[in-house]
Design a protein around this ligand. Structure first.
Ligand code: PGA
Length: 254
């Protein structure tokens, strides 16, 4: 199975000039690099999707950072899955902890988005994970379990192969703190068990389970490769093409 390397550019790249600079530097970093066994997905802010698509950088697949569940209509400020498809997106990040926290996204809404994304042939990257407080209260596994189960309610197992789940502990996002290997393993095993319960083993095995939170060239071995995770979700380090490509090279050379 190809490993997924997802770059979440968040609300960065503030101008078209900055975008061009980013894309040029990414292109330069990719020259002469053999990249095997990975899918690289970049998720820029909506306004840059067209610019990223036009750059046609080989090996780069486009994703979005969010979407609404309806396809059209009077929903001021929202972006439709149909639009994302038309702008070349193959993936969409859903339920990121920053959306849950700052925009009050709830599990039921994330579920509607997952169903809609799949229906519209977008591959959702569902983010789940506990806060620092929940970790201290030994709630990690129950939080993950609740988030995964609610997000996947009424999702058909025939869609399993298009589903990605990112275990992304909130306390690890942007902090340089990463979980211990056994903590990631426990989360992974739990998610897989839930998937088996929902879809059966054959389909559960098709879902990719990746890790996110302070992924860098220094941590990628510990949080992904050593544990046989299916890939990584990278925030900060995806903003510097040199660092992002370094992570990709490490994964691809494994
Ligand atoms: P980080 O962010 O890599 O900067 O920790 C990851 C994310 O929020 O997706």
């Amino acid at each position: 199975m190809n490993k997924l390397i997802v770059g979440n550019l968040k609300m960065n790249i503030l101008s078209q000039t900055e975008r061009e600079r980013y894309l040029n530097s990414l292109q330069k970093e990719l020259v002469g690099k053999k990249i095997n066994n990975c899918e690289i997905i970049l998720c820029p802010p909506f306004v840059h999707l067209e610019g990223f698509r036009k750059a046609k950088i080989k090996k780069i697949i486009l994703g979005a950072q969010n979407m609404f569940w309806e396809t059209k209509g009077s929903f001021t400020g929202e972006v439709s899955p149909t639009m994302l498809k038309d702008f070349g997106c193959e993936y969409v990040i859903l339920g990121h902890s920053e959306r849950r926290r700052y925009f009050c996204e709830r599990d039921e809404e994330i579920n509607l988005k997952i169903i809609s994304a799949l229906k519209n042939n977008l591959k959702p990257i569902l983010c789940v994970g506990e806060s620092k407080q929940e970790k201290e209260d030994n709630q990690t596994l129950s939080v993950i379990s609740q988030q995964v189960k609610s997000a996947l309610e009424k999702v058909s197992r025939t869609k399993a192969e298009n589903l990605v789940i990112a275990y992304e502990p909130i306390w690890s996002v942007g902090t340089d703190e990463v979980p211990k290997e056994n903590e990631i393993m426990e989360a992974r095993v739990l998610i897989f068990k839930i998937l088996i319960g929902l879809f059966g083993v054959k389909y559960a095995e098709k879902v990719k389970i990746i890790y996110g939170g302070s992924v860098s060239a220094f941590t990628v071995k510990q949080v992904c490769l050593d544990l046989g995770m299916d890939g990584v979700l990278v925030g900060r380090e995806s903003l510097t093409p040199y660092e992002f490509i370094k992570i990709i090279k490490i994964i691809s050379e494994k």
